[in-house]
Design a protein around this ligand. Structure first.
Ligand SMILES: [Zn+2]
Length: 273
C-alpha cells in the first residue's frame, strides 16, 4: 500500500510531467470504472479539455486541481492504486482503470490490480470523500511541531502501531512506515501511547519526521536511477519492515513478526522497548 513517501514521489512526478498540461481525452475501462465514485461518463466529459493546474497531497490522498474548474480529482490509492506516466504509444497494462490523455502524446494512467482504490471528482471533499474531513495533519506538515504532536498523542491511549496508522491522529503513515518509525524510535509497536515519557515522545516525533524524510530521499533517488517505476513499490531499503527471518541491523537480535488483525508487524525485542 503506498504511504506518504511513495505518494510524495507521485505528487512530484505527476506535477512535473502533467502540471500545466491540457487533458484532450479521457479513456475509461467500463469494467473498472466502478472505482470512480462519480458518474463515469460525466467524469470523462467534465475532465476533457481541462488544464491540470497542480498536484497536491494530503496524507495518503492525492489531489489534482484544474484551471477554471472548481472540482478536484481526489485519489485514494488504498492497497494497489498506482499511476504511470507513459507516452501514448507505450503498451497499456491490463490493470489500467482510466487514462488521462494529455497534449504532446503523454498519458497519465491509473492502474489498480486490486480494484480497491477510490477516485472522486468534487469541489467539496470534506463532505464527499469518506474520512477526508477527519484527516489529522500531514505527518510532514511544518505546522505539526513537537508540541502539537505531543498534545494530539495525549488523546490517544492505544497501541503505538495503531495510533501511528490512525489517519485522524496524523495522516500519511500506514503499516510499513509505522514499523520503520517505531524501530527508529526504539519503541515496541504494542506499547500503549499513554505509557510514554517525555523523552520517548520526543524520540517518536523525531523518528517520524526523519524516517519519512529519509524515505522520500531514497525513493526519489531510486526513481531517478530507474529502479523505482511509479507504478511499483520498492522498499528493499527498509530496516525492519518485511525483513523476515533475519537479524536486527542495530543489535543483532532475531526480528519478530506478529500479525495482530491480519497485517504483519515487524519489530526487534532486543532494542525496542
Ligand atoms: Zn534490535
Amino acid at each position: 500500500m503506498p504511504e506518504l513517501p511513495e505518494l510524495e514521489l507521485l505528487r512530484e512526478q505527476l506535477g512535473k510531467h502533467a502540471g500545466g498540461a491540457k487533458i484532450i481525452n479521457v479513456v475509461l475501462d467500463p469494467k473498472r470504472a466502478f472505482i470512480i465514485r462519480y458518474p463515469p461518463m460525466d467524469f470523462a466529459r467534465e475532465l476533457t479539455g481541462k488544464r491540470i493546474a497542480g498536484v497536491g497531497r494530503r496524507g495518503k490522498f492525492l489531489m489534482v486541481s484544474f484551471a477554471d474548474f472548481d472540482k478536484q480529482l481526489i485519489v485514494n490509492p488504498m492497497l494497489g492504486g498506482r499511476f504511470a506516466i507513459a507516452s501514448r504509444a507505450a503498451p497499456a497494462l491490463a490493470s489500467t482503470c482510466f487514462t488521462l490523455q494529455l497534449e504532446k502524446a503523454l498519458d497519465v494512467r491509473f492502474l489498480d490490480s486490486t480494484q480497491m482504490a477510490r477516485i472522486y471528482l468534487t469541489a467539496t471533499p470534506e463532505t464527499d470523500v469518506p474520512a477526508f474531513a477527519q484527516l489529522g495533519p500531514d505527518a510532514l506538515d511544518p505546522a505539526l511541531t513537537y508540541d502539537v504532536f505531543a498534545a494530539r498523542l495525549r488523546k490517544h491511549r492505544g497501541e503505538l502501531k495503531n495510533v501511528l496508522r490512525n489517519q485522524a491522529f496524523v495522516s500519511g503513515i500506514g503499516n510499513a512506515y509505522a514499523d520503520e518509525i517505531l524501530f527508529a524510535a526504539r519503541l515496541r509497536p504494542l506499547r500503549r501511547a499513554g505509557t510514554l515519557d517525555d523523552r520517548e515522545r520526543h524520540a517518536l516525533y523525531d523518528a517520524m519526521r526523519a524516517t519519512l524524510r529519509e524515505a522520500i530521499e531514497i525513493t526519489g533517488a531510486q526513481y531517478a536511477a530507474g529502479k523505482h517505476p511509479l507504478h511499483k513499490q520498492e522498499r528493499s531499503f527498509m530496516k525492519i519492515h518485511g525483513r523476515k527471518k533475519t537479524t536486527c541491523p542495530r543489535c543483532g537480535h532475531r526480528i519478530s513478526v506478529v500479525h495482530p488483525g491480519g497485517e504483519a508487524t515487524y519489530y526487534c525485542r532486543g532494542c525496542q522497548l
